[in-house]
Ligand binder design. Sequence first.
Ligand code: B3K
Ligand code: ZN
Length: 874
Amino acid sequence: PQATYLKDYLPPAYRVTHTELKFDLAPSATTVTARLHVERHPEREAGLPLRFAGDKLSLVRIAVDGQELQADEYEVDDEGLTIASVPERFLLDTEVSIDPAANTALEGLYVSSGMFCTQCEPEGFRRITFYPDRPDVMATFSTTVIGDKTEAPVLLSNGNPVESGELPNGRHFVTWEDPHPKPSYLFALVAGKLEKVEDRFTTMSGRDVTLQIWVEPENLDKTDHAMASLKRAMQWDEETYGREYDLDRFMIVAVNDFNMGAMENKGLNIFNSVAVLTHPQTATDAAFQRVEGIVAHEYFHNWSGNRVTCRDWFQLSLKEGFTVFRDQTFSADTNSAPVKRIEDVSFFRTAQFAEDAGPTAHPVRPDHYIEISNFYTLTIYEKGAEIVRMLRHLLGWETFRQGSDLYFARFDGQAVTIEDFVDCMAEVSGLDLSQFMRWYSQAGTPEIDAHGEYDYAKCEYHLRLSQRTPPTPGQAEKLPLHIPVRMGLVGTKSGRDLSLTLNGEALGHETVLHLRDSEQTYVFTDIDEAPTPSLLRGFSAPVYLRYPYSREELSFLLTHDADDFNRWDAGQRLTMLALDDLIAAHRNGVEKVMDSRVIDAYRRLLTTETDDKAVLAEMLTLPSEAYIAEQQPMVDVDAIHAARVFVKQSLATALRDEFLAIHEAHRSDAPYAPEPEQIARRRVKNVALEYLMSIEDDEGVSLAEAQVDAEDNMTDVRAALTMLVHSSRSDIAEPALKAFGEKWAHDPLVMNQWFTIQVTRPQADVLERVKYLMAHPLFSLKNPNKVRALIGAFAAQNRINFHRLDGEGYRLLADVVIELNSLNPEIAARIITPLTRWQRFDEQRQALMKAELERIRAEELSPNVFEMVEQALA
Ligand code: B3K
Ligand code: ZN
């Protein structure tokens, strides 16, 4: 496979201004007839051959301006169609035949649970028809869908329906017109036995929009939350960004087989069923919140992505980074803002940091790729969002909003670049953002070392910050970045933020330092008591921050920091210091001793009244094994697991009564609602129960046993069932699992949870369970959700067992990768990730993991898996 380079970008030789499609649907032989209005691109020279992409298409007919082409006038190869000579402007007619039923890659047109659906981003449209399948070709679309009246009573595509009718042989058709020019990746078609839930929204200028969620009939009772979320998102985007919806209808469809969470096709968003369906009995609080975030994310793309799109796929973060930032802010405004930030950052520091430190590290704007589908990564999405967030910090909200308005106004209807976006921000603020642009081109997580000194005599506080970004594959040398460091100084006596004066300028109680050099010292004057610095508040930049905090200082910040996020972070740091000691003790075979300061800190948390229960739940949650691993120079999976269990059990033993009391205080009889206050209560309650279950406290076990039968919500049921299955009480766990499995056998989304609960149990016999479940009639490698729920969860969340020293965990994953490589390359290339991180482990595991990667490399590989394996073994 060949790499594509950003530096080689050229506009296309020919573009399409209007696209007329006709689909005659049949599962194994669908005919796609296309009439494309083609013209030479004004920036390219005349007389170039025409080259359109096409993949797995059988060409039936081809004509230019109505004239059938002779065999020597065109050529079709594995990747597309070439016509040596075409007019400046012409109509291209083609007819191709495709096989949706055989499409297990789930790209292009495929069949999922008997219904036809599409996924075109990034390069799936070329599996539908010959086309300049690139985002800088934007056309209006007119699409006629013909299907069987019984098999496909509902026929959907982008835009507005303009005509429909009956056809011979029990068939019918609907014609859709999308007036907004769009790239092919935003095309969508759905046809099947669907039913809808409908609602309305009136936009700020008075447009009456019909909102529809289309699902299989048995899921009609699971759409309320998605609909409510959609309406909130539409309203929020008007109020916050001045963005209004632009069609008369907005549709969401739920499909069972889907590679990602969802897709923002113009006017017809297609969702993975797990990202849209919720019901108190089948979905957890976390699932409700995820649905809200994803519905909003896809909706927000209507402007950040669809109206203004990407010039080429290297600019992917232009739409994804900005849209993730928008959905994060939306969820923060709708729920607890500090908790949303804590959740996002703990995930980021676990998973994106790991990516940025591994062999697949890449810049937010990569300069080359082999398979673009491999670049829908945490770096492009989440680090891209952090960059946009930094811009917001640097500019302030009002100016940032002006920049956003300018961007949408100036580039509406165009396919643009990351520079175009950042230039708008520079223009409205007058800031020089040229150094800032390095965030897009340099991979790797920058490290900031901070040192502080208080000069009693002069009442000065000196803060020295230095930055460095470690080398990453292909990027040995790094330049200093422009880093916003939000900070305050907390008076050690008063416990309050001190007034900051820097270079004679009074800055209030908090400021944003612009770190631009590799080392800078800031002298704060008139500081009349010794402070403890609170740095990088709210995680104001995606960096590692090192500061030699003592445990006393961390305990102090945990109580007094005015920034909730940093208060939480102080707690995490304090626990991490204890964990570090325990990991070392485990490795050296010495007795583990629990740090009493951590116990004291937890006692204070458990016994101090607080309004924000959601923050409390986060504070009580121990860092995950994956998070702890990211903080270690070399990952010792067993020591990390043992140390974390030890901390949990020590806290549970020392604070048993406090946990019981907290559990009791947070129970509630109110009927389930997915609202922040209730969600927080359940979190606190279940976190407390988890501690009690870690020591299999009798009272804790009875509480868990009773909770498994909670009728009205999956949050409590799943939490309790997980605790039981992960404990040694199989006498209770096994019957409960069985009952659960029988009760929910008809609901695939619940059964996926049933798989996850079992494959994440820490017991050593779990691998047999994984294999057994892979043979379960409800499991299938063809369904990405099931692969993630079973294989993905085992490899990512059951670290001690995945990393077994006999290599059986690695072997199992490699076998799955090899099988998926031919079925669904995109999923194969994602699921392989844990194996690519071999450098982080001890020699024995390194050898085992590399051997599995070599075994995969020996297969005939898709470009997706090929690129991952080559990077991992480079
Ligand atoms: N834009 C889609 C990504 C789909 C890519 C699939 N290979 C989802 C999203 O970010 O909204
Ligand atoms: Zn997106």
